[in-house]
Design a protein around this ligand. Sequence first.
Ligand SMILES: C[S@@+](CC[C@H](N)C(=O)[O-])C[C@H]1O[C@@H](n2cnc3c(N)ncnc32)[C@H](O)[C@@H]1O
Ligand SMILES: [Zn+2]
Length: 280
Amino acid sequence: MFPDAVAALRCPVCQASFLLKEDQQRTLACEGGHFYDAAKQGYFNLLTGKGTAFEADSAEMVAARYRFLEAGHYSALTEAVAEAAAETLQRPDALVLDAGTGTGHYLHAVLQSSSASAIGLDISKFALRRAARLNPQAANLVWDIWRPLPMADNTADVVTVIFAPRNPAEFARVLRPGGILIVVTPRPGHLAEIAARTGMLSIEEGKEERLAEAMSAHFNTAANVSLDLPLALNGPEVADLAYMGPAGHHLRPGQLAELAETDGSIATMAKFRISVFTVS
Ligand SMILES: C[S@@+](CC[C@H](N)C(=O)[O-])C[C@H]1O[C@@H](n2cnc3c(N)ncnc32)[C@H](O)[C@@H]1O
Ligand SMILES: [Zn+2]
């Protein structure tokens, strides 16, 4: 796998580099003597032994996300993310970090339009099973975005964060000068018709301003694009959409079954913001 990605990684226990070896597909070994074995699906759990209080997405939530994204409902967003990353990833030894990679769907599109090395982080091992299958050339790692990232300073050309937690100080640290951070967030009114049926959390007004403020300590805004996608979804698709996001942790199975039995199609609008930041 990915020698450039391995070169950028640092051991979370002792901060040493990892040895570049023949069998790094199966074991990552740091210069300080720590070993991390790959799961059989090919991802690495760097959080070993530390545990985390975070409630990771379940296998069922990840399956719902996978079905929904692979059906192409968000393909315009997928293309927009790949396009936003493409130019910066032209360099011969470019590296992209996808923080909160989920099933690896967006990273997959980014890697189709560039030959960059890649690191995908997520706290859910169920998500990483899918990501490792979709992006076998990437280093797919179980990691918590709120902790210091297991990467050296100034190593990534592009960081993508798509509906996932943001750690601006760490993203700024790992980006190279000239690198960019691409953040996708929902805008107020996102999927409003479905939120009303499911108790999905609605997007609070003022949230965008707070995001901009949190980023401004480390980043300058280079672009802010709104993307609206009209969707017409049948019952099972509505159920997947409700279940694949944060509300999935709280939905009762009965509620999901009700949604899945919805007759006809429900019209709604996905409302995204794609923000591009440069390190200040
Ligand atoms: C809404 S999903 C988005 C996944 C993917 N980016 C996509 O758009 O398909 C949020 C993802 O962030 C991951 N996540 C949430 N908190 C995290 C954390 N503290 N560290 C790493 N990943 C986290 C979840 O496991 C989940 O896969
Ligand atoms: Zn180590």
